[in-house]
Design a protein around this ligand. Structure first.
Ligand code: PA5
Length: 443
């Protein structure tokens, strides 16, 4: 279960102030629970942990087993935003940092940028490997994944001929979109992104489950962790961790002028957890000229870069630290006769103990420096606890956005860059915008 510790905010808030925001969060919980709020046609994520059918789980595992039987050792997973961050976050958190286990494909990601170098180098890799592809796009029309898929599909078709249709699996809308049409035409296995689940809330749909299963991880444990967390968080109470988190972050934002929230981790395996979290909160809350700007640091590395700013720069931020209570590995620092590095005072101590002391020391220093800190704790990194963490952050995001007074489930602002890009690329249908933008640029 996810635990929350608000102790690092004590010197910034009194009981009455916190209570006021707790009441707002309790009211927002009711709005989410009764499904009467803005964006209520996108609440399918709430029940995914409990209502994911066995047939869907087995179908993901069947793709994994089929590709294993074919000796696939590289799976290119194509998608952007909510269509890749949950899978990438989970796979990076659970994988060995350096070594891929025997018999498990390497899962790499594409379609999340338009870099020619990135795609070219990816195709260099594909040519040396036995390659398959998962293409994920709910709309089926997003430019970045569509460009990447055109290139990867062409390569797979040329290299593997008819067998390429067994090497491509699509995750998309049930009925509409270019990817759906192509999948039917080419006979690809397809998985459905439910209509009522938005991209950034979709990690527990096949959008996340399929790549995570193919990468060799236990999606049943992931769903179980989310289901148990849900069981805990559907109880409306002042002790509900999701309600407490939503209350405190809104208090700090509205009453203490803290416009930036930094998600802090002390394990490089969580770099993409922070990326997933930034999309979840940034896209859900940043609208109507409101919102807390979500940022992230990975310590202790970033204590030697961003640490200066957090300690002494403008006092506009608070921190949410994801604490991992127990490491999955142990490594002891040994006694050294010469002691030239003068580290013998650490002899017999675990590296993780030093990490924990760095975390505690930083917490105290940042509080002293005017940076409030919350802690979100999990017992260790595994599938079950990641499932819990996903559900915790998703639910608290819905509550928090309702406290802020925005629709958590739309993202109208994402369209602005697309319109300009299409106009600049001379997309048919954008002739007027093309003329206007060229005039604006003086061309
Ligand atoms: O959260 C979201 O809705 C977005 O990040 C989308 O997931 C992203 O834009 C990709 O969209 P699609 O899956 O339609 O290609």
């Amino acid at each position: 279960m996810v635990k929350i510790d608000l102790g690092g905010c004590n010197s910034f808030v009194n009981d009455a102030e916190y209570k006021e925001y707790l009441n707002k969060a309790l009211d927002a919980f009711d709005v989410l629970d009764s499904e009467n709020g803005a964006g209520n046609d996108f609440l399918g994520w709430k029940v995914l942990p409990n209502e994911t059918p066995e047939s869907l789980i087995s179908a993901c595992e069947a793709v994994r087993d089929d590709w294993k039987s074919m000796g696939i050792d590289l799976v290119i997973t194509i998608g952007i935003g909510g269509s890749y961050l949950g899978a990438r976050c989970t796979i990076e958190a659970l994988s060995h940092s350096f070594i891929r286990p025997e018999g498990v494909p390497q899962v790499v990601f594409a379609g999340n940028n338009l870099s020619e170098e990135y795609l070219s180098e990816l195709m260099d890799l594909a040519q040396t490997r036995n390659t398959a592809c998962i293409v994920i796009s709910k709309s089926g029309t997003t430019t970045e994944p569509a460009v990447a898929f055109r290139i990867v599909k062409e390569y797979l078709d040329k290299t593997y001929g008819q067998e390429s249709s067994r090497r491509i699996v699509a995750v998309t809308d049930a009925k509409k979109g270019a990817l759906k049409t192509l999948s039917t035409q080419e006979g690809y296995r397809t998985f459905i992104v439910p209509d009522n689940v938005g991209g950034r809330f979709s990690v527990l749909t096949p959008v996340g489950l399929l790549p995570i299963a193919v990468a060799g991880f236990d999606i049943r444990a992931l769903l179980k962790g989310a289901a148990d967390e849900r069981e805990e968080l559907i109880k409306k109470s002042e002790d509900n961790a999701a309600i407490k988190y939503a209350a405190m972050r809104n208090f700090l934002h509205s009453e203490k002028n803290k416009a930036i929230e930094i998600l802090v981790t002390y394990n490089p395996k969580f770099v993409y957890l922070a990326e997933w979290w930034k999309q979840l909160y940034g896209e859900s809350e940043g609208k109507d000229f409101k919102g807390i700007f979500p940022a992230s640091v990975t310590n202790t590395a970033d204590l030697h870069s961003m640490g200066q700013f957090i300690q002494e720069g403008s006092r506009t931020m608070f921190e949410t630290v994801v604490t991992i209570e127990n490491a999955n590995r142990t490594m002891v620092i040994n006694f050294d006769e010469q002691n030239l590095d003068q580290l013998n005072f650490l002899a017999g101590k675990n590296v993780e103990h030093c990490n924990a002391m760095a975390q505690l020391g930083t917490k105290l220093a940042h509080i002293d420096g005017g940076v409030p800190q919350m802690e979100v704790k999990i017992e260790r990194i595994n599938e079950y606890n990641l499932g819990s963490l996903f559900y915790f952050f998703e639910l608290s995001c819905g509550i928090s956005a309702y406290v802020l007074g925005v629709n958590p489930f739309n993202q109208p602002g994402v369209e602005a860059y697309k319109k300009n890009m299409f106009a600049l690329l001379h997309k048919p249908g954008y002739e007027e915008q093309t003329a206007a933008i060229l005039k604006r640029l003086g061309e």
